[in-house]
Structure formats: C-alpha cells, structure tokens
Write a protein that binds this ligand. Structure first.
Ligand code: SAH
Ligand code: SF4
Length: 360
C-alpha cells in the first residue's frame, strides 16, 4: 500500500479515526519499511489492543521464498511464490550502481516475445501487485540483513525493473511500488537510483516519466525496423521513428539524466560495424549511454553471443562518437540469473483451477 492507501485502510478497519490516520500511518510506516518488521507485536510503541486489531485485519508476512541460489560471482536469485501457482524471480547483483542493484520482476511471464529472451517463452500469467513488487525489495533486505533500511553500508542501493515482464504494461502498480520504495522514511531508495526498462511501449513513456521520475532504459537491440520487428516484435506496433520521438520527449531528460539504451550482442545478427554507426546516427542529439549486453544463452535459445573482439570493436565506434558504451559483464549466468534468463514454471490457469490449487 502507498501511504494514502494505508491511511484509508486503517480508517476503514477502524484502527483509528480519520483525524489520526496520518499520524498512525507515519508510525506504522517506520516499522514496516524502515525496520522491516513482519509481526505487529514487534511494534513496541503501538498499544497492545491496536496491535491485536491490526493483526486481525492485516498481515505483514512475506511471500514465500521457494528457491534461493547464489552464483559464483556473488549474485543471488530468489524464486518467490506470491500465491499458489504465481511465481517470479528476483536477482541481487553486487557491485552495480552505487553498491549493488536489485533486479525486480513486474509480471509473471510476459505478453511480448522478444526472440532472444527466456521470459518471452513464458505466457503472461498476471501482473504483480505493487505490494508484490515491494515485497521483492523487502525479501532482498531480509536476506542481506539490511534493516533498518538507512544503513550507511547497505549493499542494496539501486533497483532496476529489468526482471520478468514489461513494466509499462503494469504501470499503475509499478508507479505505486516506486512511491513506496523511494519514500525517505522507509526503504529510501532514491528515484535517481531506480531504472525502468521497457521494450518500447510508446504511449506509456510520458506517464512513466511524469508519475515516477524513473531513470529510463530502452531495449533497443536493432537500428532498423526490419530487424527490430524480428527481435523485439512490439516494434511492429511502435516502430523506431515513433519510439525515438517519445524518448526525445521523455520528461526530465538531460545530460545528468540520460537514457540507457540496451543492445544485446547477437553474433552475425546485429553486431556489425555498420550497425554501430547506424546506432550513433539514430541516437543523435539524445542524452544517452549505450549498454552493450553480451547475449546470455538459455535452454533452447536460437542465438549465439558475439565474439568478444566484435563487441569491443562495436563499443569503440560508439565511444568514439562520444557516447559511453559500457559492456555489461554477464552476472549470475551459472544460476540462470543473467539478463533475459529469468523464467518460472507458472502457467496461466482458469480461475476455478487456481481456486482448487489454493484450497489443496
Ligand atoms: N521487458 C522489459 C524489462 C526486461 S529488462 C524490457 O524488455 O526492457 C531485461 C533486459 O535484458 C532487456 O533489455 C532485454 O532485452 C534483455 N535481454 C533479454 N534476453 C536477453 C538475453 N538472452 N541476453 C541478454 N540480454 C537479454
Ligand atoms: Fe518481455 Fe522484455 Fe523479455 Fe521482451 S525482453 S519478452 S519485453 S521481458
């Protein structure tokens, strides 16, 4: 819940009168999002009767972590069960951003099917709620031992919406979740350290910027419509010219707040020097940095990663044109936690099937 939703829920549940709602919200907020408590009885400055009332009507329990893997490189991946049959993955990557980044999922599965992405092979099961997105951050904080959340030495400093799903097809929940995780009295992750990556849902870009002030990342991957239609099929609906116009109009764009363009390196597909030059042309005048992502294979994937020399030559061309072009070191490949490798076994079910599963 956002602060407003929490205040309304407390009044509705008769935990407090409307004129006390703000104060009560402030008090509970500190416990939940600053301290990370999972039991109302830990709220020592709340009267016993009030704690009992809260426990009757609400829960602070985390969703269940059904699997946890740690990579040789220190990345961690959690498979989280939000409800029966509703599972998604979250990854913590050390030494990214200021200290370390958490890659969160916004949907279980994805409606889009980019040809190089493992998540794209899983049909959309459903959107995650704002609470389920926030819970991913809380679970990471639990596991990293980072409560209270304003610790100087914290290892979770950045959040990237680069896990499963297309965040702009779930913008309401993503925006609410960002309100919660960026709140200074709580998880206190600065909006400037929260990045939302999209495959290019053009009509939602403006709303994303206005509502969240998120740093923007665009999954570009190709510099002409013919190839992008093949790799990122949403391009058929919103072709490059429209996408680039919407990016140029992204609220708050400046040299201090540049767009990140993600570009996956696929051997013999999009990695020629001519394409690097086309990329420079395409981005002319856009405050940008280009993140080259070595392709991460997954079981049955139809591509091969470009050779290292090819990636470096590609980076050099972009760099010479004045753009930062870091090559993203693959992290967590050994546990299928790298970009584009996330997936869960959850499937779309009829509501009746899901009820049966929940009851069993
Ligand atoms: N749906 C959003 C958020 C996911 S971000 C989006 O597409 O932007 C995940 C990033 O990893 C995207 O840039 C995606 O294009 C990229 N990616 C997907 N599969 C990949 C793979 N196998 N290897 C490397 N990068 C991949
Ligand atoms: Fe969905 Fe993004 Fe994967 Fe494309 S790259 S299938 S939009 S998660």
């Amino acid at each position: 819940m956002t602060r407003d939703q929490l205040a309304a829920a407390l009044v509705e549940a008769e935990v407090c009168a409307p004129h006390q709602a703000r104060m009560r919200t402030d008090q509970l907020w500190r416990w939940v999002h600053h301290r990370g408590v999972t039991d109302f009885d830990q709220m020592t400055n709340v009267a016993k009767e009030t704690r009992a009332r809260l426990a009757e009507r609400f829960t602070l329990a985390r969703p269940e972590v059904v699997d946890r893997q740690i990579s040789r490189d220190g990345s961690r991946k959690w498979l989280i069960r939000f409800a029966p049959g509703i599972e998604a993955e979250t990854v913590y990557i050390p030494d990214v951003g200021r200290a370390g980044a958490l890659c969160v999922s916004s949907q279980v599965g994805c409606t889009l099917n980019c040809s190089f992405c493992h998540t794209g092979t899983q049909a959309l099961v459903r959107n995650l709620t704002a609470g389920e997105i926030v819970a991913q951050v809380q679970i990471a904080r639990d596991d990293l031992g980072e409560w209270p959340s304003d610790r100087e030495d914290r290892r979770l400093s950045n959040v990237v919406f680069m896990g499963m799903g297309e965040p702009l097809y779930n913008l309401d929940n993503v925006a609410d979740a960002m309100d919660v995780i960026s709140d200074n009295e709580g998880l206190a992750l600065s909006r400037r350290r929260i990045t939302v990556s999209t495959s290019g849902v053009v009509p939602e870009l403006k709303a994303l910027g206005e509502r969240t002030q998120a740093m923007l990342a665009i999954s570009l991957h190709a510099t002409n419509d013919a190839l992008r239609n093949e790799l990122v099929p949403i391009n058929k609906r919103y072709p490059l010219a429209e996408l680039m116009a919407a990016i140029r109009a992204y609220p708050g764009l400046s040299n201090a707040r540049r767009v990140t363009f993600e570009y996956v390196m696929l051997k013999g597909v999009n990695d020629s020097p001519a394409e690097a030059r086309a990329l420079v042309q395409l981005l002319k005048g856009v405050p940008a940095k280009i993140n080259l992502i070595p392709f991460n294979p997954w079981p049955g994937s139809p591509y091969v990663c470009s050779d290292w020399g090819t990636i470096e030559a590609f980076a050099a061309i972009i760099n010479k044109a004045g753009y930062a072009s870091p090559i993203r070191t693959p992290r967590g490949r050994d546990i299928l936690a790298a970009c584009g490798q996330l997936r869960s076994e959850s499937q779309k079910m009829r509501a009746s099937e899901r009820r049966r599963l929940a009851a069993s």
